[in-house]
Design a binder for this molecule. Sequence first.
Ligand code: GCU
Length: 605
Amino acid sequence: MAMAAVLTVSAQDAEKPLLQNVMAYESVSLNGDWNYIVDVQEEGYYDYRMNPTRWGFFQNAKPQKPEDLIEYDFDKSPTMRIPSDWNTQDERLFFYEGTVWFYKKFSVESSAFKDKLALLWFGAVNYDSHVYVNGKHVGHHIGGFTPFNYDVTNLLREGDNNVIVKVDNKRHAEDVPTQIFDWWNYGGITRDVKLVKVPQLYIEDYSLQLEKTNGKSDKTRTISFSAHLNKKEAGHKVTVSIPELKLEQTFTTDADGNVQSSTFNVQSKKLQLWSPETPKLYEVSLSVDASTINDQIGFRTIETRDKQILLNGQPIFLRGISIHNEKPNGGGRANSVEDARTLLSWAKELGCNFVRLAHYPHHEEMVREAEKMGILVWSEIPVYWTIAWKNPATFENAKRQLTDMILRDHNRANIIIWSIANETPHSAERDDFLGRLAQYARSIDATRLISMAMEVTSASNYVNRLNDNMNKFVDVVSFNQYIGWYRDVNDAPKMKWEIPYNKPVIISEFGGGARYGYHGEKNQRWTEEFQENLYRENIAMLDKIEGLAGTTPWILKDFRSPRRVLPGIQDFYNRKGLYSDKGEKKKAFFVLQDWYKQKASQPLH
Ligand code: GCU
């Protein structure tokens, strides 16, 4: 009986800090058909531990002799297009929550990575993944919506190689998100996979931000630059060049391989600031020694003054909409430029200058396309509802997801708000958890606003009060309210709102459900007329809230949720969309569009 070979020799320290601006590098795409095995009892992972004659799936074992017993074969298993969620690719997996193994064979000429490092990069894998390259375990990643990468340079061989990924989307109380959430638990390798070619010495992360004027005479503006290399080496020359601004400066790394925060000045009249009206992006090149990468950077400032949000020093009203990361046509996880352009063009048509990417980081193309289209972004980690506040591992998980969300996108001018939570029940443990998370977010990015979607409490029958200890940790107080859906819409005109904080207010959710094409009286729930009236009444009510700086109604498009089971109406869709799951506009769309037209024409002072 063949003994199972030495199993997972882990490639030590294969996981590397997230590569900044991965799109700037030449890469070999591993998108395409991957073989997959549904492993309900995870025999492919655990059996070998109990029975050394068994083979782990990650070894891609083949019979060597006629008597060899191997009870799996990736090459004979079905294939699935990657990136995708498995739920919409194989109807047997629509509700599946468990482990699926994915296998990709690929060939490499040694010349392809000559003098380069090979980083195996995943845009996102939901939720818990183990990655193997040619049978070697390179890493274990937890978190379903942020990228991660492994240095596999020394594991690649001439000719045939394989990547095997064990993906497990089971839910657990200590996870982020926890076991209950109002969206579909799409499992799988849901975003791009690529082998990235990076020089032996590369700029692991960099930041290029316009500094606030702080009231100084703004004849010149200051751009701050910082960076760090993948090696702790002093004396390397890092050059930043912005040709259109005739800016070029070279900095020298310190012993840690860092360029500490350095600045260079530019005449204000020469600098076109990024804004929704003029989403100006500058070509920037960054080089270290002989290697150069490019990025497109917008320069703007974001801050608050009392109850106003100031973009480039001017008050702005955020005409937003909430969006889930789901394809426009209802086909599962969104993950392409086309998906992003369609969803964002719908938001534009609505009259939006702002989107809330709920409830987790969306794919990078969504952020970059919004930046090109002049759409501001609220980006969020899935600290959602009843998180295990007392569990240190849960905090570390949330912190890691927050770090990677910020690392990936902190050079995008259109991201103005990092959100650390959504609708989390009050407790001392929750306040401690979120307080530390907010302080940490500010410590790694002091240039953006921090917020979270809070909940109001009913102070009396017609008075809603925002009373959340987290108010001192956020720059913008945001909350969800559902007058008209979870409470009678006729109460709307009588409602008073007490928000005792001298900070801008965003209504991060309001709305109600309707099945597209179902019509009736405005008091008939689930009709388009019901939703239309709910929007009218809510807009009239919200317009009276002092300090309202924006809103992101719930939600652009109907989206899948296992919690929405009303036959003939929901059928596993949350129907609060202004668009149906087929991209059809409901009547409420036009109510919000009218309001946003008015708001856009009302100058703020
Ligand atoms: C909550 C929650 C959303 C959910 C919405 C709803 O506010 O934040 O994720 O989908 O309510 O009930 O539709």
